[in-house]
Design a protein around this ligand. Structure first.
Ligand code: BGC
Length: 245
């Protein structure tokens, strides 16, 4: 099946048509920068632009950085509170004139890694983490997704731990890789203690630079960079379309 996958991030919306059988992008991804936080009208226009860029008439499936229940956005991380409690599928559908579904962005990326990437054929408990503006998480047991797991919201000093250890924090605070890895270790430690995964897959832009910081990480689980790198969000959003709801 061919689905337009869109990955909504804290600083840009990215999309491409995807063949869900092969996990391949059918065209080069199109990227639209947005403000942070992102006004609703700007976000809707960004999705419309991606759809128009590909002259897309088919299904559109979106990975969104928040808790998604059915068609609704229940809570939002970093995109802006204005997005909370909206019927996301209906809003994006009206903006594009087509059929749209939405899913949590990290769940989507996890689906792609489990089907085509580092989690392929992996049994037991697998944790997929995405380090970007926030920390996204997706949990799998025997290949099945447990949706809307929000490990970036583990409390740390009264705040969600993603505000202490996300990739955006490393840049903002100008931390060395070693300094930032100490923070990541703290969050991975808490997550391991809660879930005892066999495998942790690390995605997001920083997974491309794993040689710079993986050496500082201390975890019991096997830890690997995401294989699909930046495409996991787009491919996974497209795959999520076929998930039972
Ligand atoms: C949101 C999650 C999202 C993650 C990565 C967090 O702030 O709460 O839903 O998966 O950011 O975008």
């Amino acid at each position: 099946m061919k689905v337009l996958g869109i990955d909504i991030g804290g600083s840009a919306f990215k999309g491409a048509p995807v063949d869900t059988k092969t996990g391949r992008l059918l065209a080069e991804r199109h990227r639209v920068e947005v403000d942070a936080p992102c006004p609703t009208a700007q976000g809707l226009a960004a999705v419309r632009e991606i759809v128009q860029h590909f002259k897309w008439k088919g299904p559109v499936s979106i990975g969104f950085p928040g808790i998604i229940k059915g068609d609704h956005i229940r809570a939002v991380g970093n995109l802006g509170e204005n997005w909370a409690h909206l019927n996301g599928a209906a809003l994006f559908g009206r903006a594009t004139g087509g059929k749209v579904r939405i899913f949590n962005d990290a769940d989507a990326a996890g689906l792609a890694e489990m089907k085509f990437g580092a989690g392929r054929g992996q049994k037991g408990t697998v944790l997929m983490l995405t380090f970007g503006t926030g920390i996204g998480s997706a949990l799998f047991y025997q290949g099945q997704l447990f949706p809307n797991v929000e490990l970036g919201w583990i409390p740390w000093r009264g705040k969600p731990i993603e505000r202490f250890a996300s990739a955006a924090v490393r840049k903002r605070r100008d931390l060395s890789w070693a300094e930032w890895a100490k923070r990541v270790n703290l969050s991975l430690g808490a997550m391991e203690r809660l879930l005892s995964p066999e495998l942790i897959i690390v995605g997001g832009g920083v997974s491309k630079k794993s040689e710079k910081w993986f050496k500082y990480l201390k975890v019991r689980a096997r830890l690997v960079p995401a294989k699909m790198l930046n495409d996991a969000g787009i491919v996974g959003a497209a795959l999520a379309w076929e998930q039972p709801r």
